[in-house]
Design a protein around this ligand. Structure first.
Ligand SMILES: [Zn+2]
Length: 82
């Protein structure tokens, strides 16, 4: 299995949705590839943190402020000019 293939199968691997052959290939790759091992760990930690924090609701006024800051930070779009 290549790194690109591993990344493609990563979420199914984490969810244990891969068949036995692909799981074995993924594990063999992870055992030898430090980069993919780090990607797997980071992804699993992110999922765990997200589950731990639960669903976050952003209050309306903060959402408006966030949106305004995002718009200010984005470069102006040439195709939007009147
Ligand atoms: Zn790899």
């Amino acid at each position: 299995m290549t790194c690109a293939e591993l990344i493609r199968y990563l979420s199914d691997y984490i969810d244990r949705n891969l068949d036995e052959a692909l799981t074995a290939e993924a594990e063999a790759h992870l055992a030898t590839c430090q980069n993919c091992h780090v990607v797997l760990n980071t992804t699993q930690k992110t999922i765990a943190l997200y589950k731990q924090s639960g669903r976050q609701v952003i209050p309306a006024e903060r959402r408006t402020a966030l949106f305004a800051r995002l718009q200010a930070a984005l470069p102006p779009r040439a195709d939007c000019e009147a």
